[in-house]
Structures are given as structure tokens and as C-alpha cells.
Design a protein. Structure first.
Length: 81
């Protein structure tokens, strides 16, 4: 499905449009501080939750790629010697 260049461009535009919509919608939402009694109120900053989600996903991808490199086997691992 996404082998044609036109389809790939459409997919990227759709993803960017969805991300842009989430960012714009998040600007209209009033966030309450989770820890109101403490000095840590960074969760009330605009765009905190989209950035937190993006950075969390990015970190998980880095961990997965690192584990894939660390755990990979040689091509002949299952070959009879």
C-alpha cells in the first residue's frame, strides 16, 4: 500500500496533520497540576503532555534499537556445524 511515493507522501501529511491538530487542541485545554502542594507544576505547561508522549515513545524506540543490537545473533546461529 505504501510502496508508491504518492501514498507515502499522503501518509506523512496525514500524520503531520494529526500531530498538528493534537497540538492545537491541547492549547485550548486547561490542565490542573497533579501535585498542587509542591513546587513541581511543570505538568500545567502548555504542550507538556504531547511532548511527554513524544519523548517517551522516542526513548522506547532507542531502548528497543539498543536491545536489538545487543541481542542479535549471527546469521549461522541455527545452522548445524
Amino acid at each position: 500500500m505504501f510502496t508508491k511515493r504518492r501514498n507515502q507522501q499522503f501518509a506523512w501529511l496525514a500524520i503531520l496533520g494529526i500531530v498538528g491538530a493534537v497540538i492545537l487542541i491541547d492549547l485550548t485545554v486547561h490542565h490542573h497540576a497533579h501535585f498542587e502542594g509542591s513546587e513541581f507544576t511543570f505538568d500545567t505547561l502548555p504542550e507538556f503532555y504531547p511532548m511527554f508522549g513524544f519523548l517517551s515513545a522516542f526513548f522506547l524506540i532507542l531502548v528497543a534499537k539498543t536491545l536489538a543490537i545487543a541481542l542479535k545473533r549471527k546469521d549461522t546461529f541455527y545452522a548445524d556445524d
